[in-house]
Design a protein around this ligand. Structure first.
Ligand code: APR
Length: 231
């Protein structure tokens, strides 16, 4: 079975109703990430940080995966599909994908502030100041903030190296180290990039640009790849 590695960003969840970050109505147009998504922000105003993630978590509970997420799940019938996502939502999981690596964490989980191995599912949408881990320390959102290390980046590099086909979906490729993963892709791998605003200047060999929204471009590509394998 051929291996397809998929790198997703906020754009794959946009049509589910979740804001991206750098589009005109994106989150970083409404908030300064230094105030809501950094260790300094947490130290300065933890309630503001909690409110930011509680608002996003509440929205996530009200939305569903879209045809792009479901198409990737469908792709597992014909290929080994290894998803590396920058997204902290659980829409890939809810669509049925089975191999998912969250590079930037998971918004529906909380983590101890004294022991990063203590991670808990958040019941419902709200995490509050005063919610403590089993060691008595405050719980924080289990997400990677700006300025924090990306714990799974080496694992992600190994995954991208295993690809025969790579599909990049809905990411501006502006945030490292995630954006640098493509440089570890085998030159022989066939690469697709699905984004309505895809620009031609990516310095990646063997890249096919698909200027479509994810809910159209991903199912179309999945049908094409699946029919090729059927021949
Ligand atoms: N279908 C496909 N792509 C889309 C769609 C759509 N319907 N709508 C928007 N896009 C594209 C945009 O054109 C853009 O290229 O999705 C991309 C979103 O880019 P960003 O908002 O920068 O999101 P992302 O690349 O995931 O950001 C990376 O930055 O702030 C951090 O941690 C955060 O994980 C995030 C990281």
């Amino acid at each position: 079975m051929k291996t397809i590695v998929v790198l997703t960003g906020a754009g794959i969840s946009a049509e589910s109703g979740i804001s991206t970050f750098r589009d005109d109505n994106g989150l970083w147009r409404q908030y300064r990430f230094e105030e809501v998504a950094s260790p300094e922000a947490w130290a300065r105003d933890p309630q503001l940080v909690m409110d930011f993630y509680n608002m996003r978590r509440k929205q996530l509970l009200e939305v569903s995966p879209n045809p792009a997420h479901y198409a990737l799940s469908e792709l597992e019938k014909k290929f080994r599909v290894r998803i590396i996502t920058q997204n902290v939502d659980d829409l890939h999981e809810r669509a049925g994908s089975t191999e998912i690596l969250h590079l930037h964490g998971e918004i529906r989980k909380a983590r101890s502030t004294v022991d990063e191995d203590l991670v808990y599912d958040i019941k419902g949408w709200e995490l509050k100041l005063g919610d403590l881990c089993e060691k008595g320390s405050q719980l924080r959102p289990h997400v990677v903030w700006f300025g924090e290390p990306v714990p799974h980046i080496m694992k992600a590099t190994g995954i991208i190296r295993s690809a025969e086909i790579i599909i990049v979906i809905g990411t501006s490729l502006k945030v490292y180290p995630a954006a640098g993963l493509l440089q570890y892709a085998p030159s022989s791998a066939v690469k697709y990039l699905i984004d309505p605003k895809a620009m031609p200047e990516y310095h990646v060999r063997n890249l096919h640009l698909i200027r479509e929204k994810a809910s159209v471009g991903v199912p179309d590509l999945v049908r094409e790849l699946s029919s090729e394998i059927a021949k």
